[in-house]
Each structure stands twice: as C-alpha cells, then as structure tokens.
Design a protein around this ligand. Structure first.
Ligand code: NAD
Length: 411
C-alpha cells in the first residue's frame, strides 16, 4: 500500500466515526486547485532541460494554504495530492490558521550543480508565482529543498509582486527566517514523548528509546530526549543501527553525526542491521526516517509499548490495527511532526509583524501550541474511546468541516 492510500484509509476511518455524508467526504477530499507547470532551464553545458513541477492546493477553509516543496525523482501528482491533504489535517490538528498544500519537481537535485538548481527553482517560480502568495499559499522546504532554495523562491517571487518575505517560510535566519525552525520538528517530537509517557504512567529513566533515522528530526529528538533523561538505547541511519542496552552516550553520538554527517564509524554501541532497530527490546520507538516501515512483515516482532511517529506515514493501516489491538499506544504523525509547520507559522507571523522573536519565545510558543494539541487529541481519544490517530483525524476533520459549513458552501 502506498503512503497516499494509507492517508485516505485513516481519513475514511475517521469520517465513518463522524458519520460524514458522501457529499461532505467528497468536498473535503477534493483539492481546490492542482497546477502542473513546465520547468525549463539551461544546464551548465548549455542544453535546455524540461521537467514537470506541481502545486496542489487542497483546502483553504481555515486560512491560507501551507505545505512544503519537494525535489525528488519520484514526485508525481498523486504523491503531491496526498501530501497536500495530509497538510490540511496537520494544520487543523494543531489549530494553525492555515489550510493544506504541497508541491514539488520531479528531479534528483543531487545531479544538479548549485547554479542549475537555482535556475530550475527560478523557472518553477515563474510557473507558479501567480497561485502562491502570503495570503493564499505559502510554501516551505521539504525533501531535497533547503533554506537556500527558499531564499531564491522569495527573490524570484518578489520580482513579480514586490517585497513580501511572508510568501515563503524556512528561509535562512538572516533572510527573514525564524530562529528555532531547524530544531522545531525534533523538539516537538521530544516534547510529545514526555507528555505521552506521563499519561501512560512511565518515567523517562525507565523509557528505553530507539530512534530510526538520525537526520534533522531524529537527531534533534534524540538530543531533547537525552537531556530529559531518557536512555536512548539505539539509533540508526542509512549506514545501520547502533545499540547499547544501557543507553548510548548521546553527546558523543551527536558530535560524531555532526562531524561526519553519518553514524557510520560510531565508536559506541554494537552495530546491527538497520531494520533490526524496529524490533529491539525497548519501551519507546520513534520512526524518524521513511514512510511504511511498520508493516505486516514486522508488526508482531515490535516490543515497544509506545510508538511516536516522527516520520510521515511510518505505520501502514494493517500494522496500525494490529498494534492497537495489542495495546500499543501510537502517537500519530499528523500531531507528532507538526512542530515544523508550527514554527513556519511563527516565521510568517514575524514577517507580517516586521518583528523578530527570540529563540526563547519561539520555543515557548511551540511548546504551548503542541501541548494544547496533545491535550485535545488525548481528550478526544478518551471521550470517544478511540485510538489517538482516529482522535487526531476526527478533531482535524471536524474543524475543517465546521469552517467549510461556516463559509456557507454546504447550504
Ligand atoms: P533527513 O533527510 O534530514 O534525515 C533522514 C534520516 O533517515 C537520515 O539519517 C537517513 O540516513 C535516515 N534513513 C534513510 N533511510 C533509512 C533507512 N532505511 N533506515 C534507517 N535510517 C534511514 O530527513 P528529516 O528532515 O529528518 O525527515 C525525517 C522524516 O520526518 C521524514 O519522514 C519527513 O517527511 C518527516 N518530517 C520532517 C519534517 C522536518 O521539519 N524536517 C517535518 C515533518 C515531517
């Protein structure tokens, strides 16, 4: 099953719970606008390369649409459509005044020079500049795009529309970006782990933690958790899994990852095959790499009592049902990794106020926003006796449905 089918499955499960009519389901699932554009640019050798770029604007009933831009060879309209709808539910669950969108270009950015990447990006903006804007649709970075790409997008868009850095978020800090954006998703993951274990009556010191993926999200989550006294017993990246049942020396792991940009050669911990991380003896499992990693083939070997989904779509529906039946608590992605879009929202607010927040203020507001969302999801799950994912989806769908009804569209 593809990640897009999984999103739709979870939407339908929540929609059944809410007894949504077929008409309302169709209204909520159908994107407002889909744009496919030609992205033609000159390569360093003087050839013209022509690619396809996409922007899908899923829903704007709660505010301007928000979502990342991905540069990856597997980007296609189906994937972008599904990720756009996921953004609608994510912004709704944390109650940001935004809708959802997503975009991208089908390209492997690693095969391009920096200059080619810049020309490609500017050509893409030429194609979509009239459908994005600070009050309509605000893109951000995603896989394969960086702060630098965001700075080029802003510059190209402003050539058409004039100064307005709020058109895009995830910009470099010195170019109207927000302090704390880089750590935001991982920090949010850590914070929500602390909240969840408290509710489950567990203590950080007893919570042996395994983290799959040690990129932006995994490493910042690991840092936060180690500082909160969680024994992080295993971490992994593309090079393999590193395990110490007594807890890894996290400052050493972080130093190694920063210096080498990989965990390869880590001097502490036993080295295991990467996929072994998921089934290790631990209490808390944090998938923070790829989608679809918890599935029918490994679900019965998972020992963690709590799974906190930092990656998008790590648990496939069959495994989700099985693990929930086994009493495993799963904190869902649309809540867990919303820290990034939340600080993107703060960046947009600062740009519109022409004012800069301190890192302390960003952290305080992030912690408050995610804590409120966690409480609402937990309460919804208790009140309705449903799992946390269905609780998060029902909460999000109810909010979007209510906004749609208030606009009068359904009368
Ligand atoms: P990243 O590219 O910085 O890091 C990905 C990490 O996963 C790397 O350490 C890589 O080596 C590792 N990895 C890749 N394949 C692996 C495998 N087979 N086994 C183990 N590790 C593997 O990406 P990121 O920004 O940290 O994002 C991680 C996940 O979080 C993605 O699913 C992404 O969609 C999601 N996410 C990220 C953000 C954000 O703000 N960065 C926000 C929301 C969701």
């Amino acid at each position: 099953m593809k990640a897009s089918q999984a999103t739709e499955y979870f939407f339908r499960k929540a929609a059944d719970r809410l007894e949504l009519t077929d008409r309302m389901r169709r209204l909520l699932l159908t994107p407002r606008r889909e744009v496919t554009v030609q992205v033609a640019f000159e390569t360093d050798s003087g050839e013209v390369e022509t690619l396809l770029g996409y922007r899908v604007q899923h829903d704007n009933s709660r505010g301007p649409m928000k979502g990342g831009l991905r540069y990856h060879p597997e980007v296609d309209i189906d994937e972008v459509r599904s990720l756009a709808s996921l953004m609608t539910w994510k912004t709704a669950v944390v109650n940001l005044p935004y809708g959802g969108a997503k975009g991208g270009v089908a390209v492997d950015p690693r095969r391009l020079s920096r200059k080619e990447l810049e020309r490609l990006t500017r050509a893409f903006v030429d194609g979509i500049h009239d459908v994005i804007g600070p009050d309509t649709d605000i893109p951000a970075p995603d896989m394969g795009t960086s702060h630098e790409v965001m700075a080029w997008i802003r510059n190209q868009w402003e050539k058409y529309h004039g100064f307005n850095p709020a058109v895009i978020t995830g910009k470099p800090v010195e170019e109207y970006g927000a302090k704390g954006r880089e750590e935001a998703t991982g920090r949010g993951v850590g914070l929500l782990c602390v909240k969840a274990i408290k509710r489950l009556g567990m203590r950080p010191q007893d919570c042996r933690t395994a983290i799959q993926g040690f990129g932006n999200v995994g490493s910042h989550a690991a840092k936060f958790l180690a500082e909160s006294e969680f024994p992080v017993v295993a971490v992994s990246d593309i090079s393999g899994c590193y395990y110490n049942p007594k807890g890894l020396d996290m400052p050493q792991v972080l130093r190694h990852a920063l210096q080498n940009r990989t965990l390869e050669g880590l001097p502490c911990g036993e080295k295991l095959a990467g996929e072994q991380l998921l089934t290790l003896d631990c209490d808390l499992l944090i998938p923070a790499a790829l989608g679809g990693v918890i599935h029918e083939g490994n679900m019965d070997k998972i020992k963690a009592k709590l799974i906190v989904e930092a990656a998008n779509g790590p648990t496939l529906p069959s495994a989700d049902e099985y693990l929930s039946d086994q009493g495993v608590t799963i904190l869902p992605d649309i809540l867990v990794n919303a820290g990034g879009v939340t600080v993107s929202y703060f960046e947009w607010v600062q740009n519109r106020q022409h004012y800069r927040w301190s890192l302390d203020r960003v952290r305080q507001e992030l912690d408050r926003t995610l804590s409120d969302a966690f409480e609402s999801v937990w309460q919804q799950s208790q009140d309705k006796q449903i799992d946390l994912r269905t609780a998060a989806f029902t909460l999000a769908i109810e909010r979007v449905k209510r906004a749609t009804e208030l606009h009068g569209l359904t009368h």
